[in-house]
Design a protein around this ligand. Sequence first.
Ligand SMILES: NC(=O)c1ccc[n+]([C@@H]2O[C@H](COP(=O)([O-])OP(=O)(O)OC[C@H]3O[C@@H](n4cnc5c(N)ncnc54)[C@H](O)[C@@H]3O)[C@@H](O)[C@H]2O)c1
Length: 268
Amino acid sequence: MTQPLLENRVAIVTGAGSGIGAASARRFAAEGAAVVAVDIRGSKAAETAAAIDDQGGHAMAIEADVSQAADVERMVAETVGELGGLDVLFSNAGTIRPGTAVELSVEDWDLVMAVNVRSVFLGGKYAVPAMLERGGGSIINTASISGLHGDGGAVVYAASKAAVINLTRAMATDHSGDGIRVNAICPGTIETPPVQRMVANPEVMRVNVEAHSLGRIGQPEEIAAAAVWLASDESSFVTGEHLVVDGGLRSRSPLGRLADPRPAHRRT
Ligand SMILES: NC(=O)c1ccc[n+]([C@@H]2O[C@H](COP(=O)([O-])OP(=O)(O)OC[C@H]3O[C@@H](n4cnc5c(N)ncnc54)[C@H](O)[C@@H]3O)[C@@H](O)[C@H]2O)c1
C-alpha cells in the first residue's frame, strides 16, 4: 500500500478559501497533512476547513491578510501553538489589477505588490524559523506564467509574479543548508472563480482554449497535484525551481490580451 505523501506533516495554505488554494488544502489533507486554511475572507477559509473535516481530514481555519506582517506572524504562531509545528507553507494567495503603466493607479501597484510579493517574503520570514525547529520543510509559492513573459494589460501582475520567481530562487539559496526547499509554481489559465467570470464570455474561452496546447484550460486540482509533489519528499532534490503547469501554453498568456492590452490612445 502506498503511504500518503504528507503523513504527519503540518501545512499552511494561503488563499485557501477559493480556487487553487481550496483544492490544494483538500489535496494536502487527503495526503495526510494537518492543514491550516488561511484566507482574508475568514468565512471562506472556514468553509474549506469544514469540508476537509467532513471528509475525515484534519484542518483549522485562520483569517489573515498575508500582506500584513502581524497577520502572517500570528498565522505561523497559531499553527505552531495548535498543531505543534510547521512543515509546509504554500504561499498561494494573490490578486490582480488590470492596467498598463499609464492606466494603473499607484495604489493598485502597491496593493498587488503587497499581496503577491510582500506576502511571500513575510511567509519566509515567519515560517523558516518554525521549520528550523522541525529540521526542515518545504515552501511553495504561486507565481504565474505571467511572471515569465511580458504580458500586456496587467503590468503589476506580471512584475509581481516575476518577483515571486526570483524571490523563490533567492530564498532557496539562503535556506538550502537548513533542509528547507523553496519552489514556485507557474500556472497557465486555471478555472477558478475569477477566471470563470472571464471565460463566461465564449470568445474569451475560445482564445484561452486555443492558447493551451492541450486544448483546454486547467483545473485547480491540477495545480494542487503539483503543489503536493513539491511539498512532499518525492521532490527532495528540487529547490529554487519554478514548475510550469500550463497545458503547453507556448505563447504569452491570453489573460492580458483579453483585458485589451492596447494603451488607451490606441484603442478605437
Ligand atoms: N486562476 C489562474 O488562471 C491563475 C493563473 C496563474 C496564477 N494564479 C495565481 O494563483 C493564486 C490563486 O488564484 P486563484 O485563481 O485560485 O484565485 P481565487 O480568487 O479563486 O483565490 C484566491 C484567494 O486568495 C484570497 N486572498 C486574496 N488576497 C488575500 C490576502 N491579502 N490575504 C489572504 N488571502 C487573500 C482570496 O480571498 C481568495 O479566496 C494567485 O496567486 C493567482 O495569482 C492563478
